[in-house]
Design a binder for this molecule. Structure first.
Ligand code: SF4
Length: 342
């Protein structure tokens, strides 16, 4: 019985209370979230005491602050002991939350700390949405200087492949839009190319953004980095991304984690630009955040520049993303990895 996780069932959870109380509580949970039930000042003390211990489906186990205070990385401990990571990033005009959709991940991408851990379980819709509610509650009392004091953008780029947990990812998106009032266009679902989930997303009524992680255009190389390429080959992934663009009118983004000696060649840049041009996609390149269990490293700055220059020359729209949180364990799964090994 977790209040924040089950907004539709609040009436059942509080059978003795008048209906306006459930409306008040809904307001606290999703519209103006607070970290503690003690702050729900228009509810009677006895009710706050009842709600308090079950307000969140997790507790904060660890926080790291990086980039001069504009990045917060949280490790949450779920009620069953599972650990998940969430990262809050403040920018001048937006506050972005990177959320997890699974505990671990079954996709096994070689450069990813989460992938190296394997898969434990799916997160429930409540556990996914609670990460957003928690960030909003946190920002209400501790805003990031010069950034909006509310989550303006959500990206499913934390632990897990969100489209492999379709049912709960979908329900969490529905709640963000319908209950929390977020715009679908401010939500980005990231996938490593889980084609069945991409197809389902095309059928949904929302214009959420789709980010597809390619990491290599050469099938055999991509299978090495992203083993699911064996099941859903790159041609299928790109064709489905194109269908998404045509169905939604939203430009898909192609994500590329740049790894020295693996996918940073001119050949890869030319191939990537051709795909991007073909499906009118935007390319986001980010230099690898190294993880302790892998020997993979990012290329040096000159090499990164050369890769970007080749993409641009070949006609791709490209953004070089900054690697947030290099002073903390910012790469997806790293905080959990460190917690497990300490
Ligand atoms: S990169 Fe994403 S899909 Fe790949 S193992 Fe890591 S969390 Fe899973």
């Amino acid at each position: 019985m977790l209040y924040i996780a089950e907004p539709e069932n609040l009436g059942d959870l509080l059978p003795e209370e008048p209906s306006y109380r459930t409306d008040q509580l809904k307001n606290w949970l999703y519209k103006h979230p607070v970290l503690s039930a003690d702050e729900m000042t228009n509810l009677p003390t006895a009710l706050r005491d009842t709600i308090g211990p079950q307000l969140w489906p997790f507790e904060l186990a660890q926080e790291q602050v990086g980039d001069g205070g504009s990045t917060r990385k949280w490790l949450f401990l779920c009620t069953d002991g599972a650990q998940i990571e969430t990262v809050l990033m403040g920018y001048a005009n937006r506050t972005t939350l990177c959320i997890s959709s699974q505990v671990g991940c079954a996709m096994g991408c070689t450069f990813c700390a989460t992938g190296q851990f394997g898969f434990d379980r799916h997160l429930s819709a409540g556990e996914i949405v609670a990460q957003v509610a928690y960030a909003n509650a946190y920002l209400a009392s501790t805003p990031i200087p010069r950034s909006p004091a509310r989550v303006t953008n959500v990206v499913f780029m934390g632990m897990g492949e969100p489209l492999a947990n379709y049912k709960h990812t979908r329900e969490s998106i529905r709640r963000m839009i319908e209950t929390m009032g977020m715009s679908a266009r401010s939500i980005t679902v990231s996938t490593v190319g889980f084609v069945p989930g991409m197809r389902k997303l095309i059928e949904e009524p929302w214009q959420v953004n789709l980010a597809v992680s390619l990491h290599s255009t050469i099938p055999s190389e991509r299978t090495k980095l992203v083993p699911i390429n064996d099941r859903y080959p790159i041609d299928q992934v790109v064709a489905t991304a194109k269908d998404y663009f045509e169905a939604k009118g939203r430009r898909v983004s192609l994500e590329w984690t740049l790894i020295a000696g693996e996918n940073d060649s001119d050949e890869e840049a030319v191939g990537l630009a051709a795909i991007a041009r073909g499906i009118h996609a935007h390319v986001n390149v980010i230099a690898l955040n190294p993880t302790p269990l892998s020997t993979d490293r990012p290329p040096d700055r000159d090499h990164v520049r050369r890769f970007i220059a080749t993409l641009t020359r070949e006609g791709a729209n490209v953004t070089l993303r900054d690697t947030r949180g290099q002073d903390i364990d910012a790469a997806c799964g790293q905080l959990r990895l460190r917690a497990a090994s300490s």
